[in-house]
Each structure stands twice: as C-alpha cells, then as structure tokens.
Design a protein around this ligand. Structure first.
Ligand code: C2O
Ligand code: CU
Ligand code: CU
Length: 472
C-alpha cells in the first residue's frame, strides 16, 4: 500500500507532468488549501416533498446531493471522510486528475474505510470544471441510496454570467411508503439496462426542477448524471443552449439544436442565453424513451423587463491536459460481451471485458484476487483503444486517471471526456495519454454492470520514450 506521504510525492510528479508549464503561469489569485469534512451516514429526507412520508437514505452531511465542494483551479482540496455507514466505503473523485493513491478505489488504491473509521484525501485540482464524488464500493447501492456530490472547480478567470446553477439528475426506486426499495442486487437489472428508478430526482428532489430566469440573462447550467443506470436524452424546448464543456473539460462551444445523450457519470456545462420574452415557460425533457418523455426541468421567465443580451459566448479557457500523439501510439482492443440475450454470461460473471469479469459486487477477480490489469502502458504514451461492444446493451465506459477523446465518424477526434458511450453492437475508438503511474479502473458507469463483470484495470508503468507534449 502506498503511504500518504508517497502519494503526495506522486502527486507532485503527476501534476508536474500533467500541467506542463501552465500552473505557475495562472493569474495572481492565491492558491489555497480547501478543507472539508464529508460524513457518509443514514439520514431521513423528504425526497417527494412535505406531503409525502420522508425516506431513509444514505447521504453525505445529511444532504442529497452532498455538499458542493468549491475551489479554484490550482487549489489543494483536503477532505476528511468519515464513514458512518453500516458497510465499508471510499470516495472516488470522478474526472479529477490526481495521484493514484487518492483515487478512492477499494483494494486497488487504498484499503476500504471501515464503518466508524476515517480517511483523509488530499490532492491538487489541476483542472477547472464540473466534477463529482461518490463511493467506489457497491456503487449500485451506495450511489443508489443517495451518496454523491458535486465539485465545482472555478476557472482562474470565470466567465461573466448572471447565474451559475447545478442540476444533478438521478433516480430512485421507491415503494408505496416512499421507502427506498432494497432490491439492489437484482440479477435481472444487472443483465439488462441496470436499475431504472421510478422517481427522477433533480438535486435530490422529485423533478422537474424550476429555474427562474430573467429575459436577456445568461445562465451557466452545470448538469450531472448521477443515476446508477439511467441514460437521459435531454431536449431544451425553445432554447438552444451552448455546450461549453463535457465532463469538466472545455470544448469548442456548439449549440444544442437537437437533443443530447447524457450517460451516468457525465457532466455537461451549458451556457443558456435566455432569449425568450418575460413570463415565458419552457421545458427541458428527457426523451430517451420517446414513448415515455419525462419533464426534467422548467425554465420560468420572470415578469421583469429584458436585460440586454451579452455578446456571443466564445468558450471557456482550456485546461492544460496532455494531447494524444497519434504517431507511434499504442493500439489495444477491448471486447465487451455478455448480458441478457447473450450466451457468454457465466455463473461467475454476467459481463466480460476481454474474456474476464470481476466478482459480483467487488473489485476483485472471480477468484477473489486483485485483478490482473487488462493492459499495461508506459507512462506518457498515447493509447488508442478500440472498444467493441458485442452486447445488446448501452455501456458508458469510464476510464479513471485519464482524459480521452472519441474518434468521430468523420475521422476527427472529438472533445475531451472521461467516458465514452458504447451503443449496442457498435464499436468506438478512443485515444488518451497514459498520464500518471498506477492501476486505474476501466468500468461501465451503469453500476449494476460495473459490479457484475464490466470492471477492470489498466496499469501505467515507468516512463515512455516518446512523451506526449502539453497542448499550448
Ligand atoms: Cu464515477 Cu469509477 O467512477
Ligand atoms: Cu471516475
Ligand atoms: Cu454497461
């Protein structure tokens, strides 16, 4: 096991490598250490509002989502995690580039934190953007009962907006008494699309959410999909917000003229220019299942007279991430098999990655041992990975410790992301730089798939001969 001191040393190595010359050149705002305490424990919350019985949930600091952890790019965050759950846990910092020992993966990067025990996480935040945190133990249950929260890392020079709003989308399966259904280990859910809850929550309350805006104003809307399995397809009626970041990382802004797929684990940063007239009411719908559209949010214009529209938004400042160098890249292949409608599922594992599956509910292999990495890469190398989904199901495949780009149908490389959505019976190529040393997870972010086979690791070892160059 790596000690915390070693981890911090690794952190220096990793952030020095990751950020190239950029961090010291950031503006004059002083870097700070942000201290937080995050307590995971059972709580009672009114998920359905005051007219219904309250629900026993698991929550961080008695809130769903947990506290928003705010910092400025370049700050250090120090989180004392107290586990007061009836089972072991950890916290994973989804999308944040950090040293391996701070990644929060039980049995791989740290021992699981036992009930009644604490663990301190500490790392630098190299990237501005919208990130999130959640346990990495039995996520189908721990995230499913309410353990997740957001991390807002502000740009050193944040964009000028009238409002900065977060919508965390999730869902729960509630009984008639408004209790959370304890059926988290359903084999049916695991072999199909995962657990799709019967109530959609926005910021921990039954949707739709209401966003009050003034005509002419500019809103930054940060979206998180923290559902255990539900893929949304979001449609903004009457608005064409600009997508300005995927998974925390700025992209070339583009207008949402159609709907957009939004998978578990994903974040989207939108710039919404409120171009409609005062008193207008416009909806945001989920149309993933066209026959069962669901209202997610309502954008409600106040009666105030319009304010002047700002100039078109030109984009967020990019993060200093390592760009893949395709010449000399290492090419690997990953095959996904199994699930319902397949004859590959075995009694040990429902899903397989390159013929291997993890044990039900744990990060170990089916023999209870630490998994052999699926791949080993030299640190600094560019990796091209062709993922072949031979299953009849969607899989949002998430990679820890790297930022990836998807190969688009036109042959170009798409925006930076930390996951890629695999369509049924389709392939997708991705590329990333194997950035910091350690064993990192690759898994489907449908939690029920993750814990029934679709989870493995890749190893980043030593240094590489042809290092990637930081983006200017
Ligand atoms: Cu949200 Cu292993 O991830
Ligand atoms: Cu993650
Ligand atoms: Cu999956």
């Amino acid at each position: 096991m790596v000690s915390r001191r070693d981890a911090l040393k690794l952190g220096l190595v990793a952030s020095g490598l990751a950020a190239g010359a950029a961090p010291l050149a950031w503006s004059a705002r002083p870097l700070r250490v942000r201290d937080h305490t995050v307590i995971a424990k059972p709580a009672r919350l009114e998920l359905l509002g005051p007219d219904y019985p309250s629900t026993e949930v698991w929550a961080f600091n008695n809130m769903i989502p947990g506290p928003v952890l705010r910092a400025v790019q370049g700050d250090t965050i120090r989180v004392r995690f107290r586990n007061r759950l009836p089972m072991v846990s950890t916290i994973h910092w989804h999308g944040i580039r950090l040293p391996n020992a701070m990644d929060g993966v039980p049995g791989i990067t740290q021992p699981p934190v036992k009930p009644g025990e604490d663990f301190q996480y500490e790392f630098v935040l190299p990237d501005a953007g919208t990130f999130w945190y959640h346990p990495h133990v039995a996520t189908y249950e721990q995230i499913g009962r309410g353990l997740f929260g957001t991390i807002v890392v502000e740009e050193r020079e944040p964009p000028d907006v009238d409002d900065d709003v977060m919508w965390s989308l999730s869902d729960v399966t509630l009984t008639k008494e408004a209790a959370i259904s304890p059926n988290f280990k359903s084999l049916h859910d695991a072999a199909h699309a995962g657990r799709l809850g019967n109530v959609i929550l926005v910021n921990g309350e039954r949707g739709p959410a209401t966003l009050g805006v003034r005509a002419g104003s500019r809103v930054r809307l940060r979206l998180l999909n923290s559902a255990s399995a539900r893929i949304f397809r979001l449609k903004f009626h009457g608005h064409q917000p600009l997508v300005v970041a995927h998974d925390g990382h700025p992209c070339t802004p583009y207008a949402l003229t159609e709907s957009i797929l939004f998978s578990p684990g994903n974040r989207l940063d939108l710039i919404l220019d409120c171009t409609a007239a005062p008193n207008t009411v416009l909806e945001v719908e989920d149309e993933f299942f066209p026959a069962m559209r669901k209202k997610i949010g309502v954008i409600q214009y106040t009666s105030r007279s319009p304010q002047a529209l700002r100039k078109p938004f030109t984009g967020l400042p990019p993060n200093a991430v390592l760009e893949p160098v395709m010449a000399g890249a290492e090419s690997v292949k990953m095959v996904l098999e199994g699930g319902a409608l397949s004859n590959k599922a075995t009694r040990e594992t429902i899903w397989l990655m390159n013929g291997k599956g993890n044990d039900h509910g744990s990060h170990m292999d089916i023999h209870g041992k630490q998994p052999e990495p699926l791949f080993t890469f030299e640190q600094g190398c560019t990796v091209r990975c062709l993922i072949d989904n031979k299953t009849a199901w969607f899989h949002p495949m998430h990679f820890h410790g790297v930022v990836l780009r998807e190969r688009l149908p036109n042959g170009q490389w798409g925006p930076l992301k930390d996951s890629t959505l695999l369509w049924p019976f389709k392939t997708q190529e991705i590329a990333f730089v194997a950035e910091s040393a350690g064993d990192w997870m690759i898994h489907c972010h449908v939690s029920e798939h993750q814990h029934s086979g679709l989870m493995g690791t890749f190893r980043v070892a030593s240094m590489c001969r042809t290092p990637a160059t930081p983006k200017a």
